[in-house]
Design a protein around this ligand. Structure first.
Ligand SMILES: Cc1cc2nc3c(=O)[nH]c(=O)nc-3n(C[C@H](O)[C@H](O)[C@H](O)COP(=O)(O)OP(=O)(O)OC[C@H]3O[C@@H](n4cnc5c(N)ncnc54)[C@H](O)[C@@H]3O)c2cc1C
Length: 371
């Protein structure tokens, strides 16, 4: 029988990255403990817009293999969560209308077939094509709040132990004298635990857990995003995401749309400002003029886990045997969760990875900082 405080893997952070990894490890036979300093799925994963923007030409090229793998894994991922939790998590929109300014078309779109203004109006009558060049992408979106309900329930239904209101404090690594493998002793605000591996999935807070790589401690920073949710007038129908420079509009399929977002470097402040939201709404209303007649439902801000090169940081933490990190997913963590979980689980369990993890290695940040 398993000692109640011993696990194969301990994960700090019950956002989408930590919980998805927990499910992946458990389904591969590992015992898993998840620690969460607050409530599960209440930080960046709750605040997100919900775009699964794997085809966004602004994505760094090295992100593409991970983004495409994740998008491929998504249908199965959502089915599994829905089945385990009994709460359906559905795709809310199937396509994205992407706008670029004619003098600033991303290189990745140079060979794309652009839509005429008439075609844009036919696809989405609520959209004013304005001065933009438009393409239609097969890029879906979901409502992250569906995941916030379902994912913690699914995790518990799998028999994964999750301790909320329990913060990871410190880890001490030891070499197991019999197996020669590392084992970690974990201090939390409530209890102590032992595991073969400790994974930091602590999002915007990850710096505080990775001080063994000095360069990483400064490199992973919160990036605030402010958001606005509105209800469209009854005569307005919008069924695809509209994504233009500096703003996006994500319909929820029930008359609500979410407008985002700022990218701010202001520490752990999550306040919303009238001026930022007014600016976002003005930009959005140039694309969908009916938004001037919409009513406000909700406003909020969240903290993206930012990394210097907009790539996630995934792998073993140098100098801390048994400690790993899976963080820094910045603007794409919702999209990247299933593939990140799969690759990290393969790494932790000594299985061959589906993709090369080198572009996401923690040491690249330490190395680039030293250079
Ligand atoms: C406004 C906004 C819009 C976004 N839109 C999109 C989008 O459309 N599409 C997309 O793919 N992504 C989007 N993102 C990005 C996405 O939300 C994040 O990349 C993703 O949620 C990161 O997940 P995470 O689990 O790493 O972080 P989080 O969800 O923040 O979870 C980290 C958890 O770790 C916990 N924690 C921290 N320290 C400790 C500790 N010491 N002990 C225990 N627990 C700890 C925190 O309390 C938190 O619950 C958006 C983000 C924001 C803010």
């Amino acid at each position: 029988m398993q000692n109640k405080n011993h696990f194969d893997v301990c994960i700090a952070g019950a956002g989408i990255i930590g919980l998805t990894l927990a499910m992946e490890l458990k389904s591969r036979g590992a015992s898993v403990l998840v620690l969460e300093q607050g409530r599960a799925m209440r930080e960046a994963s709750w605040a997100a817009g919900g775009m699964l923007a794997a085809l966004d030409p602004a994505n760094p090229p090295s992100l593409q293999p991970l983004a495409h793998l994740s998008l491929k894994l998504y249908p199965e991922f959502l089915n599994r969560i829905s089945e385990l939790s009994g709460h359906p998590v559905r795709i809310r929109t199937a396509t994205t209308l992407l706008a670029s300014l004619a003098d600033n078309v991303p290189a990745a779109l140079s060979s794309a077939s652009f839509l005429s203004a008439g075609a844009v109006c036919q696809l989405a009558p609520a959209v004013d094509p304005g001065p933009f060049r438009w393409v239609l992408l097969d890029e879906p979106s979901l409502d992250p709040r569906d995941l916030c309900h379902a994912l913690p329930v699914a995790v518990r239904a799998m028999g994964i132990e999750m301790r909320e209101e329990t913060a990871w404090l410190s880890t001490q690594s030891q070499q197991n004298r019999v197996t020669g493998k590392p084992s970690v002793h974990i201090e939390t605000t409530a209890d102590t635990f032992h595991a073969r591996a400790m994974v930091h999935c602590t999002g915007a807070w990850a710096s505080s857990g990775t001080t063994t790589i000095p360069a990483l401690a400064d490199a992973l920073r919160p990036r605030k995003g402010q958001m606005l949710c509105l209800r469209l007038p009854a005569d307005t129908d919008l069924r695809c995401v509209v994504h233009a420079p500096g703003v996006y509009i994500v319909p929820r399929g029930d008359g609500r749309v979410v407008i985002g977002s700022t990218i701010e470097d202001c520490g752990f402040d999550k306040s919303v400002s009238e001026s930022a939201l007014t600016d976002l709404l003005a930009r959005a209303a140039r694309l969908v003029p009916a938004l001037t007649r919409a009513t406000e439902v909700e406003r909020w801000a969240g903290l993206r886990p930012g990394s210097p090169d907009a790539l996630p940081v995934m792998g073993a933490i140098d100098g801390a045997p048994g400690s790993y990190i899976n963080a820094g997913h910045f603007r794409m963590g919702l999209l990247l969760a299933p593939a990140s979980a799969r690759l990290m689980a393969q790494l932790l369990l000594g299985q061959p990875p589906d993709l090369d993890l080198a572009p996401y290695a923690p040491l690249r940040i330490a190395a680039s900082s030293a250079a």
